[in-house]
Write a protein that binds this ligand. Sequence first.
Ligand code: GLC
Length: 485
Amino acid sequence: MIRARSILEIPSMHTSRREMLLDSTAVGLSLLLSHRVFAHPRVLAFRDPSEAPIAGGEDDIPVPKPSVARFESLGYGLFLHFGLYSQLGRGEWVKHIDKIPTDEYFRRMKTFEAREFSGRALARVARTAGMRYITLTSRHHDGFSLYDTRGLSVYDVTHTPAGRDLILDFVEGCRAEGIVPFLYHTTLDWTDPRFESDFKGYLQYLRESVEILCTSYGPIGGFWFDGKWSRKDADWEEDALYAVIRRHQPEAIIVNNTGLEHRGRTGHPEIDSVTFERGTPTPMDRRGMKKYLSAEMCETMNFHWGAAFNDFNYLSPAHVIEELCACREVGANYLLNIGPSPQGALPDYESAAVRRAGEWLKMHEEAIYLGRPCRLRGQGRDFALRTPNATYCFILDLTHTAATKVQQGARGPGPRHFSGADRPIKSAVWTDNEERAVRSERRGPGPQHLEIPGGDEHGGSSCKAGRCFMMADPRRIDDVRGFPP
Ligand code: GLC
């Protein structure tokens, strides 16, 4: 996409898309076409535990609480920004950016019907995409709530033609599909006057708002707060806010987004996970931490979180898979956002894209959900994850994976080296087609040489389907070296 964009927006983009945009704005379309193609990794599994080459995790790090360990194994979630702004189709910040007066903005309540909003339908898409939780905006910065605030605010869904509590519908729909419901809640408010003039009174309102969410819908997976970054030096009375959650929902995960400028920063002691909004998560150094913190990176399918009709900067399934892998590489969760339509349905392209990525995920479930960072180190962007049963090597940058005769620039990954193994590797299989991919040839002391057996130009006869990521020519995956004897 080539589009004029303000400087301010650029730092918020994912690096790869940022690079793409900078290139495209600087030098035009021709270069954009030659830009890096997103390609998801292919994964090698060492399935036999006796052959798994690496041992152990890091020492001296705290053990995660069971709720945090569960959260980490949820791994991949769907983020949903839905509200009055969805009708305007210019993103969730439209009121603020376009300076829409509050009265005029809330006139949109009269047309807020949410006819196609169905928690069950949303959860079904998430489930088929391989996601295990959904985080939905119960209230965003505009101050409009998707739930019955029991008289706390007139700006809630009960005062609209929708006339039903969408959070109730959402939570029930998630449970029916085996998806864990999480709730996003803003801490800043553009329309409640107390936010400016009576901050303590506002915080009391915020706590009461959250208490309703804690007590009306049964167990909630977690609460995802956002907005603290708007007043960096204020006393947000976090002790009291989190105490409400611990009192009613002791198992809930507590997140408070640190925003674009402070990705990965730790916060209040009650917080369970750090955030990496639209960034690439970095490994957490948990040594010496008082409690184990998980990590989560949130990203959106285009450049807005709420519906944005003229924003066509969509992620491809390959990019989604790459980002998911980048998160799991460092043990972080990936929370991928879609902005539902004005009536609350998931748009076609986004649903299809996440479902397509879900097909890849289906083949790599154990690696993605149970895999944890380990000592085995790959070259470049290659990395490995370990589960109790197996070790998985993620081989990236299989840019073109079809036969050289029909694919311009076709190439395999080239020789790959992994180091840090504590025993020789005997064999491995590709997880996408179960084909035996490497065979170890012990050459005395020194690195283990792993040979890729040959196959035809389409990736070997055991290639299950014609999808391009399964077409790697094994002869081109030359060797995987670097394992100490
Ligand atoms: C930012 C934005 C907000 C969005 C959030 C998601 O904090 O203010 O609109 O909800 O990111 O991470």
